[in-house]
Design a protein around this ligand. Structure first.
Ligand code: NDP
Length: 327
């Protein structure tokens, strides 16, 4: 029997305008970087996507290289779309990206037009889509002229393969140049996807001001510092955790005891607010008006439920903010 999403799915979620665009994003979005690849049980992935949609999460974030193996997260998401969500395409905001190492040779990495155009065609095929809502350049490229990369993004919008474009992890000065170029091309940059958390605050040093100047929204990723801003590592490294799986970049070595100690102290504050640490970490990035959505990862349905409940308390007193900074 066909799956039917919850009728009340729009009742509990907050939707924020992305910059000065017409597009609203859910305050919590789901990222499929980890736990949705070819090595993960399909039914677990499917259950998380379904539960997220039931909770009002309309935005799902992918990239060409998410897996492992690279490309498999898009394939997984494509299967869920076909099986469960094909009747709901117009209720979804689906993003993907290109910019990191994807295929061998000189045309599968960084920011050439050759790479970006081919990569989006591949992503659309893997997901079984005609277009994505947002296509990002995944990381700055020091060698390709910015005109070429931004020109490729604008071309993809003109071709109808992406509705909006975004950039990710561009530093303020480079972001300013990119946003000006996209504006001149008649394809304003919808969104900047940037790492931002209690532990990593670089966006506050100029980037958010640039985004405001251009009317571009910010979606914050690694809000939970890959799990470090949760209670996940309070009693060692659980076998089913990201650190134990060590599939891409994050491993037990990165579970720094000093950071775990800070997280423990932050957890005490969160408890006083009646929240889990994960909830407080999400609420903390959402306190900034420039941040329209917290983009989080998850390995199980309960984590998504926990995170969405963060929206019940997103206000902070000056005293609480000071205490967080102090830690
Ligand atoms: P997050 O900081 O969102 O951490 C996610 C991890 O935190 C989960 O896998 C889980 O760990 C743990 N977690 C989540 N919710 C809870 C909870 N309620 N309680 C306890 N633990 C919890 O990091 P991500 O790196 O996954 O970033 C999110 C998304 O951002 C990605 O999926 C991707 O879409 C995007 N991203 C973009 C990048 C870019 O360059 N543009 C780079 C990195 C990410 P566990 O698996 O151990 O259970």
């Amino acid at each position: 029997m066909a799956w039917t999403p919850a009728e009340e799915r729009y009742e509990g979620m907050t939707y924020n305008r992305c910059g000065e665009s017409g597009l609203k994003l859910p305050a919590v979005s789901l990222g499929l970087y980890h736990n949705f690849g070819g090595l993960d049980p399909f039914e677990d992935c499917r259950a998380m996507v379904r539960r997220a949609f039931d909770l009002g999460i309309t935005h799902f974030d992918l990239a060409n290289n998410y897996g492992p193996p690279p490309g498999s997260a898009e394939e997984t998401f494509g299967r869920v779309l076909t099986k469960d969500l094909h009747g709901y395409r117009d209720e979804l905001v689906i993003s993907t990206k290109a910019g990191w190492d994807m295929w061998p040779g000189p045309y599968g990495d960084f920011g050439s037009k050759k790479y970006l155009l081919a990569s989006l065609d591949q992503s659309l095929a893997r997901m079984g889509l005609e277009y994505v809502d947002i296509f990002y350049h995944h990381r700055p490229d020091p060698d390709t002229p910015l005109e070429e990369t931004m020109g490729a993004l604008a071309q993809l919008v003109r071709q109808g393969k992406a509705l909006y474009v975004g950039i990710s992890q561009y530093k303020p000065e480079r972001a300013r140049e990119a946003l000006q170029m996209l504006k001149n091309l008649g394809t304003p940059c919808l969104i900047h996807q940037a790492s931002y958390s209690i532990f990593s605050r670089w966006v506050e040093q100029g980037l958010l001001d640039v985004l405001t100047e251009f009317g571009t929204g910010c979606i914050a990723f690694s809000t939970l510092a890959q799990g470090m801003l949760t209670s996940r590592y309070f009693d060692g490294i659980p076998d089913d955790s990201r650190a134990a799986k060590a599939r891409s970049g994050f491993s037990a070595k990165k579970v720094d005891p000093a950071k775990v100690e800070q997280a423990r102290k932050l957890n005490e504050l969160a408890e006083k607010r009646g929240q889990t640490l994960a909830q407080m970490a999400v609420a903390w990035v959402l306190r900034r008006p420039e941040v329209c959505s917290a983009l989080v990862g998850a390995s199980r349905v309960e984590q998504i439920e926990d995170i969405v409940s963060a929206l019940e308390n997103t206000e902070f007193t000056e005293e609480e903010l000071g205490a967080i900074d102090g830690i």
